[in-house]
Design a protein around this ligand. Sequence first.
Ligand SMILES: [Ca+2]
Length: 419
Amino acid sequence: MLVALLLCLATHSVPATAAETGAGQSQEIDTQRVQVLTTWLTDNTPEFIEHGVDKTFLSTTFKDLSPDLDVIRLSQNQPEHTRTMGDYINALVSDERIAAGRVALETHTELLQELEKKYGVPRTILVAIWGLESRYGAGMGTRSVIRSLATLATFDKRRAHFWKRQLIAALRMAQRGDIAPENMMGSWAGAMGHTQFIPTTFEAFGEDFDGDGKRDIWSSLPDALASTANYLRESGWKAVPAGVSPWGYEVTVPKDFDYVAVGLSTRKPGAEWQALGIRCPRGGTIPAGVAFSLIVPQGADGPAFLVTENFPAILRYNNARSYALAVAHLADRITGGTAFAQAWPDVKPLTRSQRKILQEFLVVRGYDTGGIDGILGNKSAIAIRAEQRKRGGPADGFADQTLLKMLQHNGFPHVGETE
Ligand SMILES: [Ca+2]
């Protein structure tokens, strides 16, 4: 009963910052939070032990552990993506990151060759992920991972189960001696080392490539990049024929194209795409015998891509097409590839509440969107395409502000009310 009361108080108190509350009050809130954290850790100790963490190790690790208030704030203030996909990719694939990637390829040639040989993942992809995740080791995160995860598991009720799983994995890592708990640093969300692994991914895919008996993704680049290569291979990475891009190609789509074939679930040989009018924007032919999926991440007005089965493996790393395209593009650019030929449209992504409103609209119109969850999957895309077809535009299944405005003008009352 006492625990429930404290949790409730703490949760409601969280949005206040020290500056807003005045020093005395914030001190009081901190004390409450320390109590809440301590109680949570004590209550969950049997579960930690059940998952293989030693009792003595726990009491040493949790001694004087206090919640990281910044982590609470950061977990509650995650902004919706408000940048366009083009701005996002251009910011990540900066001239500076391209130049540093070239240096990295040169400096670590021998290691990268060995990794390619063992895991079958191209060096350019490994270097690109390294560059995006930590700016080639310059930004690995400076927070205690155990403290961050204990804080999140206690206070972020929405994802409490996920954070607890990560905390248990982190505790086991520290106990095994891969790294001392006090040196286990990472981002506020517990992503660690050169390539920002979360603890469960580390447990499943971490590698000791330099053979010193420890999986050290913080100070051993061989271990960190091998762990990434291993994760990609286990996520289905396959070698492509010589001369073929491992991830895919930017392509153009003809005006009268039937977008029903768009999406990662449809794969066709390059020759079939070529027959459907898909072209390389700067000339050349699409490899005829290699299977590709067509994606148009910003709809018919933006760039299109034919992607190999390796693209979903990058998505396993971070499930955002913008991220996977940034990896692919950085990999190309550091080996002399040119910028995308087609411009990115100035399209702001829909917020989660707008996506829900859109699904609500589609359900009212008799479509099955697979729920009103704000996640626009295949069913939502099919419904959007059908609606676009009725209205005579390109039926690309892409939902943006323009589509919402169009629906608003067609009498759907809620659209735009949440903005
Ligand atoms: Ca090692």
